[in-house]
Ligand binder design. Structure first.
Ligand SMILES: Cc1ncc(COP(=O)(O)O)c(C=O)c1O
Length: 394
């Protein structure tokens, strides 16, 4: 059959979603699967969320939502961001989307013409390059290295810019490396973007999950750059609400207006029930965020300590943010030298789900998540160690 699809949808499926669904299928088939691939903080649904849903049902909050989001949420979300990160957003700069992911999608769809270049820093979140391609853009990958703490230098960004560059995709509080940038580093990156006249999309969905007394600095806090910065936020990781699908875009008014138009012609808006749940979460953010943060730090420490105990010599360092460890293949001590094959075999034969570094633009590494509950993390690392021992380098 001739190819009926647009050349733009010749993109790979999301590796994380794919691995996660294979793990779910194995589970459904009755196998015990150790899931180190999930990109979510696995928590029980909070009572206040259940009560909010009941309230929304009783009050008829079940009709189409306003395209840009309900006023209560746009208002609260902008105040939340301003209070926490000293940004300067108003309702007119705030758009509620179906997860941070759809915010990114809308932005790229609204900005890109065929051939426009977008700088993406590797290791990157799996969806950035395919989304750029989906809208005819060309991802220009800038590599960072573990020895440099996975940080990009401003001169690398400058060198990657061309006449066609429109946007830098920047992920502070990174999936997969957990890298966290400091104020001066951000200032230097923003300065280069201004000199090169490009926009920055700062993906800040892990902003609440920073550890070791590291403060989170938002790109939105640099008011003199507010014309060129779009911040992506989300309730998913900050409030443990992945399945509710509530994200927030903070952008200059002109960009927000365009995104609202495109959202109105596509998904209409985000589930109104979820939006009310997000209002409730943001109202309680001062309580919920520290609780989730504390729990995720505990899981991080359990993960790192158990890993180092069962993989002696790995010397895994605990990341300062998010909930992933990006681990060099050599740390596992197996004869595998291909991260994709290693993850396939570990899932197939060892029932341990992880995501290969290749999916993040960095072969030779494996991304594990410590979003699962501590006892599950321990069992998973034991299962992984069993698998690795059976396939150890002789
Ligand atoms: C870096 C990054 N950005 C954005 C998202 C999208 O999150 P959501 O759509 O759940 O808000 C994710 C989810 O894994 C992520 O890791």
């Amino acid at each position: 059959m001739k190819d009926i699809f647009s050349s733009k949808v010749h993109i790979p499926p999301s590796a994380t979603v794919t691995i996660n669904s294979i793990a779910q299928q194995k589970k459904k088939a009755g196998q015990r699967v150790y899931n180190l691939s999930a990109g979510e903080p696995i928590m029980n649904t909070a009572q206040y969320l259940k009560e909010t849903v009941d309230w929304a049902m009783e009050h008829g909050e079940t009709l189409y939502p306003p395209v840009a989001g309900i006023d209560e949420l746009r208002n609260r979300a902008s105040l939340w961001m301003n209070d926490l990160y000293q940004t300067n957003y108003q309702v007119k700069n705030t758009l509620i989307t179906c997860g941070g992911k759809f915010g990114i999608y809308l932005l790229l769809q609204s900005l890109l013409n065929d051939g426009d270049e977008v700088i993406v820093i590797s290791p990157y979140w799996v969806s950035y390059p395919p989304m750029v391609s989906l809208f005819g853009g060309r991802p220009v990958i800038v590599q960072t290295e573990e020895k440099d703490g996975w940080k990009v230098r401003p001169e690398q960004i400058a060198a990657a810019c061309s006449e066609k560059t429109k946007l830098l995709i920047f992920n502070n509080g990174s999936n997969p490396t957990g890298v966290l940038y400091e104020e001066q580093e951000l200032r230097d990156i923003l300065k280069v973007c201004k000199e090169k006249n490009i926009l920055i999309m700062s993906d800040e969905v892990y902003s609440g999950l920073t550890y070791d007394k590291k403060d989170y600095v938002s790109c939105g806090a640099f008011w003199d750059h507010s014309d060129s910065v779009v911040v992506i936020q989300s309730c998913s990781k900050n409030f443990g609400m992945t399945g509710w699908r509530v994200g927030i875009v903070f952008a200059p008014e002109e960009i927000t207006k365009k995104l609202i138009t495109v959202q109105g012609q596509s998904i209409t808006g985000t589930s109104i029930i979820s939006q009310w749940a997000a209002v409730a979460a943001i109202e309680k953010a001062h309580k919920i965020t520290p609780e989730i943060n504390k729990e995720m730090k505990h899981r991080r420490d359990v993960f790192t300590d158990t890993f180092n105990e069962l993989f002696p010599g790995a010397n895994l360092q605990a990341p300062h943010s998010a909930f992933y460890s990006f681990i060099p293949l050599k740390a596992f001590g197996t004869y595998h030298d291909d991260d994709v094959k290693f993850c396939e075999r570990a899932l197939e034969d060892g029932n341990v789900a992880m995501v290969p570094g290749s999916a993040f633009g960095k072969p030779g590494y494996v991304r594990t998540s410590f979003g699962a509950k501590p006892e599950e993390l321990i069992d998973a690392i034991k299962a992984l160690a069993d698998y690795a021992n059976k396939h150890a380098k002789k």
